[in-house]
Ligand binder design. Structure first.
Ligand code: IMP
Length: 210
């Protein structure tokens, strides 16, 4: 009897659920595991045996994150989420948006992307932009999407060398530094991705997804 109670308590209090994050980016995996805490174990694509490139052929962030999550959910039968992020520049009608990684062509090149962006915005007064992330979570026949965005401006030239992607040319509103001049912790407090992830974590806790 005592043994049975011990196992039940163990199950109720220490049960951890595996959720696959459909990404190969180690930094993102760590960041999400940290935010999710101990109730959930973030499993990488490698761990579920997915070595192939995920399809990402949609025209929106919503479509791409759903496509990636669906691929893993259907093929590997595990609760799964995927993210997709884009930089949306007002003066460019929301471009590069879903095409942010390959804005300057193949292969993806952060330096070339920033150079093209600065060239296209040369002389432009409206430098407003936002980073936007969409996360799609699939589990037990349910589908949920979570959005996070951070508004800011595109600088005239690169500043700082932390971070990745367009960080050196993006200055979040209300801050005097570019994303690339912030520590990872500072950026994580306000970033588009962290906001979307926090909404996702809140959902998991509120709905006790286990
Ligand atoms: P992904 O969907 O997270 O792979 O992001 C697509 C592209 O958006 C990346 O290749 C980067 O160019 C850009 N990007 C995404 N997140 C960030 C960020 O936090 N800072 C700067 N650039 C980013």
């Amino acid at each position: 009897m005592i043994l049975a109670l011990f196992f039940m308590a163990n199950f109720l209090f220490f049960y951890t659920m595996d959720i696959c994050f459909a990404t190969n980016n180690e930094n993102k995996l760590k960041e999400v595991q940290w935010l999710l805490g101990e109730d959930y174990r973030v499993v990488s694509l490698k761990e579920v045996g997915c070595m192939e490139e995920l399809p990402e052929t949609q025209k929106t962030l919503e479509g791409n994150s759903l496509q990636k999550a669906e691929y893993v959910y259907q093929k590997y039968n595990i609760p799964c989420f995927a993210d997709d992020t884009g930089l949306e520049v007002v003066a460019l009608d929301g471009k590069p948006g879903v095409y942010s990684a390959r804005f300057a062509g193949e292969p993806p090149d952060n330096e070339a992307n920033m150079a093209l962006l600065l060239k296209m915005l040369k002389g432009e007064k409206n430098r407003n932009a936002q980073f936007r992330t969409v996360i799609t979570f699939l589990e037990n026949g349910r589908r949920r999407q979570f959005e996070g965005f951070v508004k800011g401006t595109i600088l005239e030239q690169k500043q700082g060398d932390e971070g990745f992607g367009y960080d050196p040319v993006f200055k979040p509103s209300g801050h005097s530094k570019s994303f690339a001049q912030m520590s990872l912790q500072e950026k994580n407090e306000i970033s588009h991705r962290a906001i979307a992830i926090r909404k996702f974590v809140e959902y998991l806790r509120k709905h006790q997804v286990k």
